[in-house]
Design a protein around this ligand. Sequence first.
Ligand code: ATP
Ligand code: MG
Length: 905
Amino acid sequence: MRSAKQIRSEFIDYFRDKGHTFVPSSPIVPIGDESLLFANAGMNQFKDIFIGLVSPEYPRAVNSQKCLRVSGKHNDLEQVGRDTYHHTFFEMLGNWSFDDYFKAEAIEWAWELLTKVWQIEPSRLWATVFAGDLADGLPPDDEAARLWTKVTSIPAERVLAFGKKDNFWEMGETGPCGPCSEIHIDLGPDRCDMQDVPGHKCRVNAGCARYIELWNLVFIQFNRHPDGRLLPLSAKYVDTGAGLERIVAVLQNKKSNYDTDLFMPIIDYTAEITGHKYTARLGNKTDNAFRVIADHIRSLVFAITDGATPSNEGRGYVIRRILRRASRFGRELGMHEPFLYKLVPVIVDYLGEAFGEIKERAEHVSTVIESEEASFGRTLDRGLEIFNTAAKRVEKSKDKVISGENAFQLYDTYGFPLDLTELMAAERNLKVDTVKFNELMEQQRERARSAQKSDSIMAVLTDTELPVTEDVQKFHADSCESRILGWIDKDGLKTQGHIRNGAEVGLILDKTCFYAEAGGQVGDCGIIESNEACFVVEETIKIANCVVHRGKVTDGSFGVGHVVRAVVSRDRAAIKKNHTATHLLQWALQKTMGKSIAQQGSHVGPDYLRFDFTYPKALTAEQVEKVEELVKERIIEDLPVTWTVLPKDQAQQLGAMALFGEKYGSEVRVVAVGAGSDTRIEDAFSKEFCGGTHVDRLGSIGGFKIIKEESISAGVRRITALTGRGLNDYLEKASDIVDELSVMLKVPSEGIIERVGQLVKDNKELSKKLKKASRSSGSDVMSQARDLLENCEKIGDSSVIVGRLLTDSVERAREAIDMLKKKSKSAAIVLAFDDDGKVTLLAGMTNDIIEKGLSAGQVVKTIAPIVDGGGGGRPQMAQAGGKNPQKINDALAKATEIIKAKLST
Ligand code: ATP
Ligand code: MG
């Protein structure tokens, strides 16, 4: 039997023999592409080639792409576990032609590989072609239909035509697309899972599991414009995708992808940890849990390796949901403690050879998963509680439906996927209002969509060849002379005419000294001016090799060919300092805490720098101090900063640090700190792959201060630090505070600490004395209460007695309430006191007040959260504790409001 590893290699070798270059998978988290949450097809990394923004390095390519289909246009999450062939994470094998061969070869080779090399019985295979679409004005793909019977042995009756839904492939709402031809396999009548559906007939694309799609051959010919139009591309491409897991199941003669060597090791180990048995049945709760867990843990390993971390937004949120879903299914197998992380080594063991990155990051991945599992363990139980309460309520109702709001709350706040809530509801013979749920989901999606609006400039650049901008000047100049080549507006690239005053465009120059946003360093701002006109640059970005200066004409007008002066804002100097300091920081972190520290992201702007890195726990104060000291020492030494461009291999040999998962060209720029003209780059203490701008000597950074060290997600820490200008502002503010304190306390600044220390001590003693005094005069609480009564407000005949007591005795306060009730006959009373930071709230109501609908228990329960506490009691008397004495007055104000509202009606 062929192993999955062999099958992957055979695919790659087959196409290598046919002149294809092997290209490694791009990261599952697309770097620098915000329009896509996760790689969902092999074509993602070649998108810019298809829309004509960059030219391919090779005419043919072959790859195995890591894909995740859990969001956006392609989302198979709900399918996972229920069937045997949809996963969240899977490998997509593909062969690619970049304006080289087209339909004939693509069809012939796919057929040859399946039927000759892999010996799949040809009579089990079916092909489909595109039937055309009237609305889009697309003709049927007769060419493909003809080719199928011409270049393969498939009989015409097994070539079927389908519409846009099945045979027109689109990556997302916009982007490259085209008609496709799919190859399906007939797995035999016993695999049909729709026998109970009336009128069901097993056919290709009829929805049952008897026929499944193995391979999709996409002929990319169009680009979908944001306004919905299909624009033809000038070149034609072949983009194919075959799911490795499905092929492996067929070739290993298994009934399910989960029975193959890609999943069984995970399932076996899960069985070992949980003590449950996997029996491979569909529709079985326990087996379903096994499958979901095996599927989800693969997604987690690959996504977290490539830089995603569980969080509350975007990519991180998707990952969090997958993890929580797996965790909940773990309860089906009796797992109440974190266990998913224990599966990580099994995956690394089997897939680490093909994808070395998961090996390198295994420890980080385990840490992240374990800590997220542990924290979900807490919300999971709370979510289950909420579900149970809702279910109990609904069970008594007529329609027995869990509300959409409840389901959404469980989904959104507690991470319960809808199918999970439905499953739990079904167990109690309840339904879920999915219509309302979907409505709420749609609202949320709408919010997400507008937040993730794809780059408007990119979207209008269909099949456009952008000019190349020379931008080496950015490394040594802050201004340069250039010529206008054109601009991008809402209709696309313009290379003729004028831009008028007030216009907002992306200006393109023949050369520029502006730095385009990349590698964490923000894009430059500044101005581009001529004698007559001025353009204010708000943002600089790079598309392919073209630098685009986004901004607005504020004076005069510009035309193509005009000679202009590009002047970078003075912010640049501050940015350089922060960027070099970021390199120093990475070096110092590794020196202090070890080489396992790896960069997860950074932000280098004019005001501050931020550096995210993998580390399992908070840094100690000593570690932070040491890191800061190391950086400062280097700055004082004023060492030189230099850079060179080297072949990638050589740079790696020198030990230069690269950003994990980032794609680099064959030549890379290495920024070195500490190697001068008389020393060699090898001797530099910090060497990083980096395309950013840096100071020439460390001394000009001026100073360095870490102002924050925090966790941004499990296993990832963030340091925020200041240099130069930002540091000066910070120190100035601090010194102002010291000056003010010094005036206020009437001591010189050196004496402030001692003085404040003394004040704190005095204060403690005074309040102790005060309490003692009030305790010894036992009647004191009573007299305070009498004061409150005398000064209280009346509504009708009832007294509203709300106020603070100075005491530390609950007993005394209760006695006061009893006394007030007796004295005033009709009273609503709420009292509060603070005992060394511990708040006590007490309420009492006379019976006539209770009859009017006020309850002491209710009032206390409502106001306690204001002081960060909780409590309750009977309608006559109730008590609550709290932790926030600062808010006592707010809580009492609320109490007055509630009482008055009730008594005035
Ligand atoms: P299906 O209709 O089965 O969901 P699809 O039309 O979504 O497939 P494509 O987008 O054409 O699939 O992807 C190309 C290939 O990737 C498919 O032929 C299949 O082999 C594989 N594939 C797609 N989705 C998944 C998935 N969720 N899990 C495993 N393999 C998949
Ligand atoms: Mg699909």
